[in-house]
Design a binder for this molecule. Structure first.
Ligand code: MRU
Length: 345
């Protein structure tokens, strides 16, 4: 599998996910502002991948600061961190990574600037390596829930491309395959960005895992016909009570899964859980450009000037979530206590 993002000399490069699967093209970032732009414009997307990008972006920014005093360095760094954290509002991994980098700057108080810059670059590499390792652990924990032969529905892309590598929801699918299970994936196409059709299908085909794409509208009908055994998605933010923010359309999939008595699993690292947020209604939901819906590429498909709503995420209340799979184990209802226990492990 191609890496999602990596250091390349003094630059950070990432696969331009807007061009996949037609073109495998690298997008090179020379400064932290390039990384902010890449996150805003969906060159890189997926909660954990955005976190990794934010860490690397801030390291890039730190390396460009030309001052001698630690205090001046910290001021400049905090200004960059303040801009980075606003790149996208819903995925909490972005804020998590920015806070982790800022804490490191605090811990380097009194050290010389060059040493702090080196430490920040190293930290960004550690965030990437840890993310891949965490995803493998999520995969290992989650694959125990997968029967020997299963048809698994997923929404959006929570795969290698949405993370540092391996994936969360698709990490569970990959681990099940590695364990010899015969999993077959049904991928919702996931309008309006088609992450399911373009990215999930691409990744799984590369790995030789059987995948079939459906329109988002077909998921309920397939469940009703007993053609889906379980659902697994990723998450952009999970509240302390287990409510889940994920790609728009996840909520209806979860409700339909419960109606049809199909387990609905969410796979995510602990960095996606926001213990500062009590319930899902407090999670900010990103509203994106109307053009993403009214146009296909640059061709306008709707009546010109039509009013459009384009929320990028929705909230699935915890009562629809059968289990949350993390690197520290699996949480089940009642979620408040179960999630607290995961953080203590
Ligand atoms: O708008 P996107 O493509 O960044 O949305 C991505 C998702 O909703 C994913 O399901 C989520 O970030 C989990 S990725 C492991």
């Amino acid at each position: 599998m191609i890496p999602t993002i990596e250091w390349r000399g003094k630059t950070v490069r990432m696969i331009d996910q807007r061009k996949l699967p037609g073109k495998i093209e690298w997008y090179t970032c020379k400064g932290y502002k390039d990384v902010i732009k890449a996150i805003e414009k969906m060159v890189i997307r997926g909660a954990p991948a955005i976190g990794v990008a934010a860490g690397m972006g801030l390291a890039l920014g730190a390396l460009s600061i030309r001052v001698r005093s630690y205090e001046k360095f910290k001021d400049r760094f905090e200004e960059m961190a303040g801009r980075m954290v606003k790149a996208r509002p819903t995925a909490v991994n972005l804020r998590w990574a920015v806070e982790r980098m800022s804490l490191l700057v605090d811990a380097m108080a009194g050290k010389d600037v060059e040493e702090t810059q080196r430490a920040l670059k190293k930290e960004s590499e550690t965030i990437l390596a840890e993310d891949i390792d965490i995803n493998r652990k999520i995969g290992k924990n989650g694959q125990r829930l997968i029967p020997k032969k299963a048809t698994i529905l997923t929404h959006c892309n929570a795969g290698s491309l949405a993370t540092g590598g391996y994936g969360t929801a698709l990490g569970v699918v990959r681990a099940a395959h590695e364990a010899g299970k015969k999993g077959e994936v049904i991928a919702d196409e996931t309008r309006p960005w088609f992450q399911g059709l373009r990215l999930t299908a691409f990744e799984l085909m590369e790995d030789g895992i059987p995948v079939t794409v459906i329109t988002d509208n077909a998921a309920g009908s397939l469940m009703y016909q007993n053609k889906i055994d379980l659902v697994i998605t990723g998450a952009d933010r999970i509240a302390a009570n287990g409510d889940v923010a994920n790609k728009i359309g996840t909520y209806q999939v979860a409700v339909l899964a419960k109606e049809n008595k199909i387990p609905f699993y969410v796979a995510a690292p602990l960095s996606t859980i926001d213990m500062g947020i009590k319930s899902g209604d407090m999670i900010p939901v990103e509203e994106r450009q109307p053009k993403e819906i009214s146009h296909f590429r640059n061709y306008e498909i709707g009546p010109s000037g039509v009013k459009i709503l384009n929320p990028a995420f929705d909230i699935t209340p915890n009562k629809y979530v059968t289990a949350i799979i993390t690197e520290k184990g699996i949480a089940k209802s009642p979620y408040k206590a179960a999630i607290k226990r995961l953080f203590k492990k």
